[in-house]
Design a protein around this ligand. Structure first.
Ligand SMILES: NC(=O)c1ccc[n+]([C@@H]2O[C@H](COP(=O)([O-])OP(=O)(O)OC[C@H]3O[C@@H](n4cnc5c(N)ncnc54)[C@H](OP(=O)(O)O)[C@@H]3O)[C@@H](O)[C@H]2O)c1
Length: 363
């Protein structure tokens, strides 16, 4: 039996896209209604992502709720069709964290920068006792992104329960990004040897997440040096930056037989210069299992397989989290409430944030 839902107001404050897609505070917008297999969560802390600025600018959808990441308390739930309880077995009152597809023209009421968020139960994590909520808020997006990048784009099959017998190198370009530190930890957990690039001020931080070697991305001959360091054995590169320099470096680092290249932002075909390397633009949104209704390279058909894979990885990750084997990217709390979110998003857009995820308390 589930505990009774907590009384919930009918309207809320949230950050929505303004007329040109820019983040704007909205008053009195409806609380999202539950759908089968979803939880209604009262947000306590939210983490800010580059996409919270970028998606509205690229694909404006005025009124769409913005935001991916959240931590908070379950106030209501609706089990999937034919089920009596949600899967995993959550209860009203549980503290959880996760990720939703915010700024979504295909579903504008979903977004985490709000007092209440509706999230798919199967992509929600239980926050372990004593785990700081501001850190829990920063887990969802990098985890979901890593699911798609590692287990789909790079076609990795090892899991924490069945790691590689012999470590193989993987390059994580942009190791000091939030996605980078998550991918590094996951790769380490499944038996790979993560090698990373970042600026020298973040060397120690990136090593502390499990990178065995770090290279300054401003250094000369970066690709060649990484290729030498990995003895020509590199077959997988994850590019969390996806500019021309990072693409060139990843392509030059991969050994002579080539391999797979996963990148996190749309980039020109001309940068991908080797036939032997298979590139794939990893898009976290695909892991929700629904059609991604965006234009160009961002539009994707529904992928039940990617959703199933992500659910499996989230279950494994919950165990790692419970056992204290994984942690969030370093967080910086930038304030309380929706005005602080607008401030935080401005700071993020300015490029002034290095090696940190900005977090805002909602209550
Ligand atoms: N495709 C998807 O589904 C998906 C999902 C999530 C994120 N993303 C995208 O992936 C990227 C990373 O996101 P994130 O949230 O993980 O980033 P983040 O935590 O905000 O990344 C900040 C870090 O980026 C590094 N950086 C910035 N410009 C760089 C450059 N030109 N070369 C090398 N490093 C640079 C900086 O490293 P240093 O301080 O060490 O210099 C900084 O610490 C963003 O573009 C984001 O939009 C895509």
């Amino acid at each position: 039996m589930q505990s009774s839902p907590v009384p919930v107001p009918t309207t809320q404050r949230a950050i929505v896209q303004g007329s040109a897609g820019q983040p704007t505070i909205a008053e009195n917008i409806p609380i999202p209604t539950l759908r089968p297999g979803t939880l209604l969560i009262k947000t306590v802390a939210v983490a800010l992502n580059p996409s919270d600025n970028k998606m509205g600018a690229a694909f404006p959808c005025p009124g769409a709720v913005i935001g991916m990441d959240f931590a908070g308390q379950i106030v209501d739930m609706k089990p999937a069709e034919g089920a009596e309880t949600p899967d995993p077995d959550f209860r009203v009152g549980d503290m959880v964290c996760g990720v939703v597809h915010g700024s979504n023209p295909g579903d504008p009421t979903t977004g985490s920068l709000a007092e209440y968020v509706r999230a798919p139960a199967d992509l929600v994590l239980r926050v372990p006792e004593g785990f700081p909520l501001e850190q829990a808020a920063a887990l969802g997006t990098p985890l979901l992104t890593s699911c798609v990048a590692l287990w789909s784009s790079l076609a990795i099959t090892a899991m924490p329960e069945s790691p590689l017998a012999k470590p193989a190198p993987v390059l994580v370009y942009g190791g000091s990004t939030t996605c980078g530190t998550m991918a590094i930890q996951l790769l380490k957990t499944i038996g790979y040897d993560p090698v990373a690039t970042c600026s020298s001020r973040n060397f120690d931080m990136v090593k502390s997440y499990g990178a065995s070697a770090v290279f300054d991305y401003t250094s000369n001959d970066l690709g060649r040096n990484i290729k030498t360091h990995t003895g020509g054995r590199l077959r997988h590169a994850l590019d969390c930056i996806a500019d021309q320099a990072s693409t060139t470096c990843c392509y030059a680092s991969l050994g002579r037989p080539g391999g797979r290249y996963a990148y996190l932002e749309s980039s020109p075909k001309e940068w991908k210069t080797r036939e032997a390397v298979k590139p794939d633009f990893a898009l976290a949104y695909e892991a929700f299992g629904r059609e991604v209704k965006l234009d160009g390279e961002y539009g994707r058909p529904a992928s039940p397989a990617k959703h199933e894979m992500a659910v499996k990885v989230f279950r494994s990750f919950q165990k790692l989290l419970d056992e204290g084997k994984v942690r969030a990217h370093p967080t910086e709390v930038v304030g309380h409430g929706f005005e602080s979110i607008i401030e935080g998003l401005r700071k993020l857009k300015s490029g002034a944030v290095s090696g940190k995820r900005l977090v805002v308390w909602i209550e």
